[in-house]
Design a protein around this ligand. Sequence first.
Ligand SMILES: NC(=O)c1ccc[n+]([C@@H]2O[C@H](COP(=O)([O-])OP(=O)(O)OC[C@H]3O[C@@H](n4cnc5c(N)ncnc54)[C@H](O)[C@@H]3O)[C@@H](O)[C@H]2O)c1
Length: 523
Amino acid sequence: MSPLPPFTNEPVLELRRAPAREALAGALAELDARLPLQVPVLVGGERGAATGLESTDPGAPSRLVAEAGRASEGDVTAAVEDAGRGFREWSGRPAEERASVLVAAAATLRGRRPELAALAVRECAKPWPEADADVCEAIDFLEYYARAAIELDRGRPLLQVPGERNCMRYSPRGVVAVISPWNFPLAIAAGMTAAALAAGNAVVLKPAEQSPGCALALVEALHAAGCPPHALALLPGLGDAGAALVRHPGVHVIAFTGSSAVGLDIVRAAADTPQGQPHLKRVVAEMGGKNCVIVDSDADLDEAVPAIVGSAFAYAGQKCSAAARVLAHEAVYEPLVERLAGAVEVQAVGQAERFATEVPPVIEREAQQRVARYAAAAASSGRIVARAEDVPAEGWFCPPTLACDLDPDAPVLREEVFGPLLTVEPVHSVEAACDIVDSLPFALTGGLLSRSPATVEAVARRSPVGNLYVNRAITGAMVGRQPFGGNRRSGTGAKAGGPDYLLQFVEPRVLTENTMRHGLVVE
Ligand SMILES: NC(=O)c1ccc[n+]([C@@H]2O[C@H](COP(=O)([O-])OP(=O)(O)OC[C@H]3O[C@@H](n4cnc5c(N)ncnc54)[C@H](O)[C@@H]3O)[C@@H](O)[C@H]2O)c1
């Protein structure tokens, strides 16, 4: 097997070019003609039920995108037991061979890029740039972890002394339960699944109920690439299927990305060691955030305004890394609020399939109601300074909103809204802004806009967030360039797309051999 070329990020489409837009629009028309997709429960390659769950278009809720199975507790048990058998086969393959399967799956996704982006547009209302980037990131994860697993398989050098041989190897842990969210319907499911498989584990994937169609595309690509059906099962379903999976004693690792409430429940459940479970469960949890952007008195507002607005409102604020709270030095507070207000009012709200759309609908009715509740609370405990009122009547739209003058104890300043609502507050100093950031239970992403290297250094030292972005947008982490993930209640700090991530999916084993001769055995 020839060595893989060095990893590079999959280049995103240049949507300013008409042919690129035409290819995507064509793929969307073809997809529409095939809807609804059928997403079965898939265990050991056997197609189970594809009924019980429906995913719909957030921009046109009467459009059915996928009919999916709704995995039961029995399906969970069957999937975990089958994955236990699949683990033996898959973990026995050399790391290079497993890597070649991941690379082949990446090639399949690459060949289907327009169609898969179209699916993310329909199933999750991702505007085209985000939908295309989602597919690219899925490809990146497959390619990156394929290489990382080969590297990890070489082990790490240890100190050697005469008469003794020491080596440390990393062995896969067993069955990995992958539980994914809908907001990166392909990329996040692909990332956790690819890491687990690359390291030699078997996977039971429980995707978000809002995006089973995207998950099926990933699983099909991996199966077609040579991943044994017993090493990768798909359980479309609701939270109850995830809860049953987490608690199954045959699961060794739980790789979860989603809300903090569910993540904390998983951490608690995984601590249990029921009868018949000889191992401890490892939890990799990537959770929510309350991402703050600090704007210093010397910040370039021409740079700050688009960076903040893009981070807060792209994909309707539904990225875990999205900007939610701006802490602006009092010297620039007034002009910043005025300029942010102007930018918010002209946000292009519309259907995800329109190329000009900046703010699409949110994922579902409950999300729309949640954002509306927080916006109402912000209006009563503070002041709404800008709102893009002109939103389509059909679909789960929320007007992009900017709020200020809030009560410092208002829940909207501390809780994750996960929608197009941004707050701004004045602070006396960058130090005071850091105190606020430090008081939050979340520590996912953060931003700083400042021209002073000393301030950049001081904030970087103090900030607890997993990913701090300076003088730029705070979204858009790239695999291999910005290993991603939060601290505190935002995550277990595993850093997806980074050099340490695979360590979560393996256990180190050390072999020490006495190499001194003990004399000749004479019979
Ligand atoms: N930190 C990150 O890298 C990151 C990335 C993307 C999204 N997120 C977070 O994800 C959230 C949005 O995603 P969501 O709405 O899909 O989250 P969610 O927690 O509602 O659901 C995530 C997954 O967990 C499953 N689930 C629900 N209840 C469960 C339970 N009791 N036990 C096990 N599984 C259960 C769901 O069915 C789904 O598959 C936001 O909070 C966002 O910040 C974080």
